[in-house]
Design a protein around this ligand. Structure first.
Ligand SMILES: Cc1cc2nc3c(=O)[nH]c(=O)nc-3n(C[C@H](O)[C@H](O)[C@H](O)COP(=O)(O)O)c2cc1C
Length: 185
């Protein structure tokens, strides 16, 4: 696929099913992710790949999360969290492993992981798969980090739901550059 075409026409999908990328394709996808801009080369990003039985494990963690953080959650809410990981056959959890450094605040390290996320979405699109970046309540908090067994310096910045788009192909409006770009010359 042409690189510019990939950048301009990538779209997310909330309707994801098998097939998922094979091991060789996933290795390429992670190589793309690990080429994200990285101030001072701190390597602040890592990824947890969840599929198969791993989705059941994640589902239990999401249920524990909602019980821990919302004691008033009724059965319907708990069921919603239980089902969340099954919205795709593969989930990549985006983790920032913050390295203390005078010149590179945590936000910059999270931004580097965010760049990795976009690279993963683009690599998926180039390989004719699709993805959807989700955050919701399950990101940016200590409770989910603990339940996932992350280190103290680690933060979940989101979840990439991954698979093959089985829904309608989204038609995106082309935005006018002049509405968003200010030119000084
Ligand atoms: C940081 C971030 C968090 C997001 N979280 C959610 C989310 O929790 N739920 C959701 O439906 N979409 C979420 N989105 C939006 C989708 O990932 C997607 O970008 C959006 O549906 C637009 O689709 P497009 O990527 O094809 O333009 C998030 C996007 C970003 C960048």
């Amino acid at each position: 696929m042409d690189a510019i075409d990939n950048l301009i026409n990538r779209s997310s999908s909330g309707h994801l099913d098998s097939p998922i990328p094979n091991r060789e394709e996933l290795d390429l996808i992670y190589q793309a992710a690990l080429r994200a801009p990285d101030h001072k080369g701190l390597k602040p990003s890592r990824f947890i790949e969840v599929s198969g039985d791993g989705l059941d494990k994640l589902s239990n963690i999401f249920v524990n999360f909602v019980k821990e953080n919302n004691p008033d959650a009724d059965d319907a809410v708990i069921e919603k969290f239980r089902k969340m990981p099954y919205r795709a056959p593969l989930i990549v959890i985006l983790v920032t492993n913050y390295k203390e450094n005078m010149g590179v605040p945590e936000i910059e390290q999270m931004m580097s992981t965010a760049c990795s996320a976009q690279s993963i979405l683009l690599a998926l699109n180039a390989l004719h798969y699709s993805g959807m970046w989700r955050t919701g309540k399950l990101s940016f908090n200590e409770s989910i980090s603990n339940l996932l067994g992350l280190q103290k310096n680690e933060t979940v910045i989101g979840y990439l739901y991954v698979g093959t788009n089985v829904g309608p192909k989204k038609q995106k409006d082309t935005l006018n550059n002049s509405d968003y770009v200010e030119i000084w010359s």
